[in-house]
Ligand binder design. Structure first.
Ligand code: COA
Length: 552
């Protein structure tokens, strides 16, 4: 989270918890190890390589040419110049009180191993006969021929299985919503092995380490306030894991492209995980990767780590994203469970996500489709709304004017339960039951004329008197799809046939006011005119209804 960055500055940080986070104390030691390893690199590179090689997770053999990537350079160069770089000696990213904690053995070794792996890949330490050449280009890691001994393992428990081949086609994608459409498109990519979700940590496997570096580059760019050392420290901390979305090299050789990832630390005993960083590379954002990544993470954390919750400190920019991923600002997890395990920060907003024990996070589209189908079937049992009637015939014109339609001839109306005695039904009960329909229509027309005049004569009516001129307001008709104005309403009133109920007339007036408020902002004179004229209009309608009721 970006929020971390501000907290790394000891002067600006206020800590509520006196208990340091195990994660961060470990990280502090890890950082120190990075620094010391880099120093050692300059003086005794072979010592580092030998030390690493003697560990269980010895670094692989490979050459490691200088990278053009600034992020990698930042580490390599610091390693080379560390004696003269005051930042290195200060270890600027180490928290004040974190320094008090002794390095955890595995942290120390993991970072030392990582450093050695990065700097001494040519030593052939892990015994595998490789001809590996690594180039980093932002988040791209090139593996030339001969790579691949470290098989890419998909996120445990979330490997797209055979069923992914059954991903539904596009036929109904446009009817199923953007979420399903995006998820299914990405599932197809996964099934075709063009996209992969993997979970790696610092285990000294070449390919994993290179992906972690690719991810680190993305974090460094997407979280610019975050010190790179801090990113490396957590990313390479063996207690942290990174779920990544990667593009495997076509044909098994070539470029593994890291698209994004989430680094988190599982607290197994507490059954929650703390998300430290989350980012998608710039040109792939807002394509659904962030959501799919989070879904893979949830499934992995639940199925592999046994977690039930995630916590994260989100900065203001990221809160919206996390909310869409099911995170809440309310923390329902008992404080005892997480307090003291993660740090309290000022500035960042602590958010929580409960991981559902059953939800198929990586195949929600299937579940949503099934639910839609079940609801649809139930609706069909209760109604006939699935029947669609063609009404095109009724729109044909006879001699230039619209063909008159008899209500009872409208297809589907009777099927929907309409009966002829409902003709002229209105929620505005205006007139007594006596009198024929012609008389009632005349009374209605008279009333509508009066109501129209009260609007036309009002001092706030001027914006509504004529249709909006597109020359004056070019985009008006792009935004307002169903325009109406007093002049048009007046023509309809004059026809004496258009408004067969008062509801229809009131609906037109309401649409006129709503259109105005849709196009104009509340502080404009137009918006205010609409509201005032509407209030006036409704008071007149109510008065007419009351006098009509009294006369009955
Ligand atoms: N604020 C509000 N909403 C956001 C958002 C943000 N910063 N980023 C994405 N969203 C929304 C999207 O519009 C989308 O909404 P929709 O489902 O209604 O269409 C939804 O969240 C998911 O979008 P998706 O395409 O799956 O996300 P993404 O691939 O763009 O990844 C981030 C989201 C935040 C990881 C990515 O934008 C990123 O890397 N940002 C920079 C780094 C960062 O801020 N990381 C988070 C803090 S560590």
């Amino acid at each position: 989270m970006d929020s971390h960055s501000s907290h790394l500055n000891a002067a600006n940080r206020s800590r509520n918890s006196q208990t340091p986070s195990p994660s961060h104390s470990a990280s502090a030691s890890a950082s120190a190890s990075v620094s010391s390893s880099l120093h050692k690199r300059k003086l005794a590179a072979t010592t580092a390589a030998n030390a690493a090689a003697s560990e269980d997770h010895a670094p692989p053999s490979a050459s490691f040419p200088p990278s053009s990537n600034d992020d990698l350079e930042s580490i390599s160069a610091r390693g080379a110049d560390s004696d003269s770089d005051p930042e290195e000696s200060e270890d600027a990213v180490v928290d004040d009180d974190e320094e008090d904690f002794a390095p955890e053995p595995d942290q120390d070794s993991s970072i030392r191993t990582f450093t050695a792996a990065r700097l001494d890949l040519s030593s052939g330490a892990n015994g595998s006969s490789r001809n590996t050449k690594i180039k980093t280009e932002i988040s791209t890691v090139k593996l030339e021929a001969g790579t691949g001994t470290a098989g890419v393992s998909s996120v445990s428990g979330i490997v797209p299985k055979d069923e992914s081949a059954k991903i539904s086609t596009d036929d109904d994608v446009q009817n199923c919503g953007a979420y399903i459409a995006r998820e299914e498109a990405l599932r197809r990519e996964e099934a075709a092995n063009r996209l992969k979700f993997v979970c790696y940590s610092n285990d000294c496997v070449d390919e994993h380490m290179m992906c972690l570096i690719g991810l680190k580059n993305i974090f460094a760019r997407q979280l610019p306030n975050m010190p790179k050392e801090y990113i490396v420290r957590l990313l390479m901390d063996r207690k942290h894991k990174s779920v990544m979305v990667v593009r495997p090299p076509a044909g098994g050789n070539g470029i593994t492209h890291v698209v994004g990832g989430i680094t988190y630390r599982p607290y197994h005993s507490q059954r929650f995980g703390e998300i430290a960083f989350c980012a998608i590379t710039a040109d792939e954002q807002v394509k659904g990767y962030g959501t799919r990544l989070m879904n893979h993470l949830k499934e992995h954390a639940r199925n592999v780590d046994g977690l039930t919750h995630f916590l994260t400190y989100a900065d203001n920019n990221a809160v919206g994203y996390f909310v869409k991923q099911g995170f809440t600002k309310e923390i329902y997890l008992e404080k005892d469970v997480w307090h003291g395990f993660i740090k309290d920060y000022d500035g960042g907003l602590l958010m929580e996500c409960k991981i559902d024990p059953k939800l198929p996070y990586t195949n929600l589209s299937k579940m949503i489709r099934q639910q839609r189908k079940a609801i649809d079937e139930r609706i069909r049992e209760l109604s006939n709304c699935q029947n669609v009637y063609q009404v095109a015939e009724f729109q044909k014109k006879e001699g230039g004017s619209p063909k008159k339609i008899r209500v009872e001839d409208i297809p589907g109306l009777r099927d929907a339960g309409w009966t002829p005695d409902q003709w002229g039904h209105t929620r505005y009960k205006l007139f007594s039951g006596s009198g024929d329909s012609i008389t009632k229509q005349k009374q209605l027309n008279a009333l509508i004329r009066v109501l129209l005049k009260t609007m036309q004569d009002h001092s706030d009516a001027w914006p509504f008197k004529e249709p909006v001129d597109p020359l004056d307001v070019p985009d008006y008709y792009e935004i307002i799809k169903d325009p109406i104005d007093l002049k048009t309403i007046g023509k309809r009133v004059e026809s004496e046939q258009y408004y067969v109920t008062l509801d229809m007339f009131v609906a037109d007036a309401r649409r006129m006011f709503n259109n105005c408020r849709t196009y104009n902002s509340p502080d404009t004179i137009y918006y205010k005119c609409a509201t005032r004229l509407e209030t006036h209009f409704h008071s007149k309608v109510q008065a007419a209804l009351q006098s009509g009721a009294k006369s009955q």
